[in-house]
Design a protein around this ligand. Structure first.
Ligand SMILES: [Zn+2]
Length: 276
């Protein structure tokens, strides 16, 4: 079925061109996200544990299905690395690293991170990021790897850079928007929004204690800029929620405790690769 492969390739080239011109349809966005997910999963160690993956996916779905883009085929996966991070691809492909899962103390903290990444997709930040990338030199190798238009090491390095930088790094405005959206998203799912604040504070404390490049949580802060402002903004949003409403939200569940125990029983994540 070589013609199907050829057709797919040309469809992706067309989608990439449309993205660069700024008028990607949802189908094009999803096609590019799916292809990028395939490339990334060929390189990143995706955690192959049904219990952990099913829990993260169901929590993510509960959040994503209550957003303005509920109709996307959302998918949530765990990357088996101790690096603390999470990122979103266009079209609803969300990745959360094991290092982040292992630091979350309760369901609401993980939910806050998933809701933040979901909002990047809802607001199409991920597509915009890809459009920007395509106007730069890095974008050339990104297009190569997304479309299979060119093969080889250059393209693979391109997607590696993309996976860790281009898709994950948004500007401060985008981060603020994603936080504001996440705050709404978790509440719609009945989850305690205070998890966003506690998790942020825990990561910030670990970064301060590590010094230098911030240790294992350094990647999170590099990819999600404006920490102090963001914590202050979350405080402001929390202050506007009535106390009895805050008390009604769910902060933890049995599934999360099972996931934490399960992770503790698995062999440790492979050592983190050097950041590009
Ligand atoms: Zn973000």
């Amino acid at each position: 079925m070589a013609w199907i492969a050829r057709w797919r390739r040309w469809a992706l080239v067309a989608a990439a061109a449309a993205l660069a011109c700024g008028d990607a349809t949802e189908d094009e966005e999803v096609a590019l996200g799916r292809q990028a997910a395939r490339e990334i999963e060929a390189q990143l160690p995706v955690l192959d544990d049904p219990v952990v993956t099913a829990y993260v996916d169901s929590l993510g779905q509960a959040i994503a299905r209550r957003t303005a883009r509920a109709d996307l085929a959302w998918r949530f996966a765990v990357v088996n690395t101790s690096v603390v991070n999470a990122f979103a691809l266009p079209g609803g492909f969300i990745y959360v690293n094991r290092g982040l899962l292992e630091r979350a103390d309760r369901m609401s903290e993980l939910a806050g991170v998933l809701a933040h990444e979901v909002e990047h997709v809802v607001r199409r930040h991920s597509v915009e990021q890809m459009q920007k990338a395509q106007r730069t030199q890095t974008g050339v190798s990104l297009v190569c790897s997304l479309t299979n238009a060119c093969e080889g090491a250059g393209a693979r390095i391109g997607i590696q850079v993309a996976g860790s930088l281009l898709f994950a790094r948004f500007g401060r405005d985008a981060e603020r928007e994603a936080d504001a959206g996440a705050f709404v998203n978790v509440r719609r799912a009945g989850v305690d929004p205070r998890g966003m604040r506690t998790f942020f504070e825990e990561l910030a404390a670990e970064e301060r204690a590590a010094g230098g490049d911030g240790g294992p949580v350094g990647a999170w802060f590099a990819d999600h800029p404006g920490t102090a402002d963001r914590i202050a903004e979350i405080e402001r949003m929390l202050a506007a929620v009535p106390a009895d409403e805050l008390a009604s939200y769910q902060a933890n569940d049995a599934g999360f405790r099972i996931v934490r125990a399960r992770l503790a029983s698995l062999p440790p994540a492979p050592p983190a690769p050097a950041r590009p």
